[in-house]
Design a binder for this molecule. Sequence first.
Ligand code: NAP
Length: 310
Amino acid sequence: MNLVTIFGGSGFLGRYVVRQLASKGFFIRVIARNPNDALFLKVYGKVGQIQLLAGDIKEENKLGGYINGSDCVINCVATFFETRAQSFINLHIDAARNLAKTAQKEGVNQFIHISSLGASSKSSSRLLKSKGVGEEAVLNCFPNANIIRPSLIFGNEDTFFNRFAKLSLISPFIPVVGSNTKFQPVYVDDVAKAVSLLVETSQQKRYLDLGGDETYSFTELIQILLSEINRKRIILKIPFSLARVIAATNDFFRFILGDLVPAFLTLAQVRSLEKDNIVDVKSEKFSDLGIVPMKLKIILPKIVVRFKRG
Ligand SMILES: NC(=O)c1ccc[n+]([C@@H]2O[C@H](COP(=O)([O-])OP(=O)(O)OC[C@H]3O[C@@H](n4cnc5c(N)ncnc54)[C@H](OP(=O)(O)O)[C@@H]3O)[C@@H](O)[C@H]2O)c1
């Protein structure tokens, strides 16, 4: 049976990819910085089916050892804000390039790289720009790589609905930057199904934009959430001009004091909210894989049930 090596397999999306692949009978090797934190993955497979290995995607010289013997390598690693140890450049570009280069050199059959909808080397957001340059770097080194670009992902462990639901417990206001920015939220297990289908059918060179069938503005997403948890809160629409000032201040203090200051709003996030996050009509999408995406309103009640009033 084929061996699939996953970097970021313990993350939000990665764990669903591991579960889908395990259910199809693949042997899976997960490279994690803290394998103890990834032990929960073991129950997704039979005894010996899922192997956890300590490793960091930034360790260029060790990548060959990590992926040795793999038929497929999947990169689910990313960061949404930079820390002293992990910048967008070293994670989304350098590490992605090194992994793709090593996979090509080791003769790995298939490479799957998870990027983001809106990623572009021309983006004004440092986050989306690094993801766009990262895609190009991966394709330069592994021309047959598959690139997956999800919109906002929802699911039990997501940071979007869980974060705003938590905020609603303690605050009468929900601040929103990019109130009219549109998203096509996508269910985490649908993205994992797409990845697992590519692996099962050994597909190459697919470039897929994955969004759900419905489009919502940021404000509409918060309204749906508040209605689901039965809480009335004031949605505070923060204009981009003010958001940029707040974010630049947050970035400045993080630059000076490092990770002691939490990244509650970064300039990279604000810039990425300036453009709609929706699938281009010309892109390859779920329908090209024969997958019908799950609707947000069916899954959301299960995600936020613990925040529901009454
Ligand atoms: N979540 C979304 O809404 C969304 C939307 C669009 C695209 N995406 C993309 O989907 C992919 C997965 O995102 P996610 O939401 O699952 O992120 P996540 O939950 O933050 O998972 C990231 C994973 O990467 C691992 N990781 C981080 N640094 C690493 C390193 N140096 N070496 C090895 N592993 C490392 C993390 O493990 P540890 O930190 O525990 O080591 C974690 O398992 C990313 O490419 C992201 O850009 C996500």
